[in-house]
Design a protein around this ligand. Sequence first.
Ligand SMILES: CC(=O)SCCNC(=O)CCNC(=O)[C@H](O)C(C)(C)COP(=O)(O)OP(=O)(O)OC[C@H]1O[C@@H](n2cnc3c(N)ncnc32)[C@H](O)[C@@H]1OP(=O)(O)O
Length: 413
Amino acid sequence: MTLPPGYRIVDVPAESAREWLVADAWAFPGDIDPDTALEWPSALDWTRTRGVRADDGELVGTHASFAYHALPVPGGRVAAAGLTWVGVHPGHRRRGLLRAMITDHVRRSLDRGEVLSLLFAAEPAIYGRFGYGLAAHQLRLTIPRGAALRDVPGADDVRIRLETVDPERHGAAVAAVHGSVDRPGWTARESAPQAVAFLHDPHQLRGGAEPMRIALAERDGVPVGYALLRRKIDWQRGGPRGVVRVREICAPEPAVARALWGVLVDLDLTSSVEAGCLAVDDAVVHLLVDVRAAQPDWQDNVWARVLDVPAALGARRYARDIDVVLELSDTLVPANGGRWRLAGGPDGAEVTATRARADLALDVRELGAAYLGGVSLAALASAGLVTERRAGALLPAAAAFGWPVAPVASFVW
Ligand SMILES: CC(=O)SCCNC(=O)CCNC(=O)[C@H](O)C(C)(C)COP(=O)(O)OP(=O)(O)OC[C@H]1O[C@@H](n2cnc3c(N)ncnc32)[C@H](O)[C@@H]1OP(=O)(O)O
């Protein structure tokens, strides 16, 4: 896709950070002054920041990506690009700038060997047309204070320390625990700038709540989990009704999950705990005696776009044996289109171009939705988005593509 006349795609180096922030403030209106944001640590990798300039030189479009070199996918890991900071100045919208930037992003990602692209969508209607499918859902809970939790042996051996977040002191523990999780879609903050920026806590981003705290779980002095949180107190006539806002919780073991949630639901002056970005199968769903009281709310999490079909399908594993011919359409990356034989199972898979008759037909968008194992091909077929070309092909393929651990990304990057 070429840009309309009068625009050009450019690299945006770190020296142009202020201009980048001004452009971003046009796309995402807010009350944070670009000069203030300029002082904050940037998560961006300035070799992956691109923009669109108008013919008067103004930067009117931005996009960037994070490198996820070893993104967990079912049974394996792939190189993925996390698309982010996508914005177009409102005075230049609906002229094809986003489409040109996505084309640029896809080409550059493929050149780097990244077989998948992920994103969080500002508005869900935007990205399907570019082959991104909604691949993970997230749970948002509002857990009442004092909610009963089931017992887990060993939880009493986990010590929880409550401290104010200090990137110098807590960065390594947070990175180590977060990076140890092996869940499809779990984007680790691999780059140092991204890890530092995640723990940065300017008062402008606190929404009236306290500074960011960490509940650091340790066993024998070794960090084994954490929750990042802020309390916000609201004094009402009936008494204090504070909220505990959980920014991220990372509890790779059951005893750690029980210990951390036990602390979160029992903080003085609060009446509820709000947690989002939870996997739909998060341990807390099963720890809560009364999950209904936590008002579960189901939302979209990460969107996935398969950039290189044979490489991506060959890099994951399948829950059961599979031998299927997929007929794919992909208008943005024509090399992905056509028929692919996928043969493999729990030990891996081979993907080859074929002229054989198709068993299933689908668009690359639906492949992206199913790729992380959390969205069933059968469910997509029930909506008319996957077509069964050979009777009986759908359910075995859907079972093979599924995965016992639900995908999720724990933070919006
Ligand atoms: C991963 C992320 O960073 S998500 C953040 C996305 N950014 C924002 O939401 C910030 C505010 N919005 C914007 O900056 C812009 O309006 C953008 C980036 C969403 C769209 O940029 P534009 O340059 O106007 O998009 P462009 O003209 O290339 O449109 C491409 C297609 O997307 C459609 N589209 C664009 N924005 C939207 C939207 N918000 N909702 C639905 N469809 C949209 C267009 O109609 C067009 O459709 P077509 O293919 O049928 O012709």
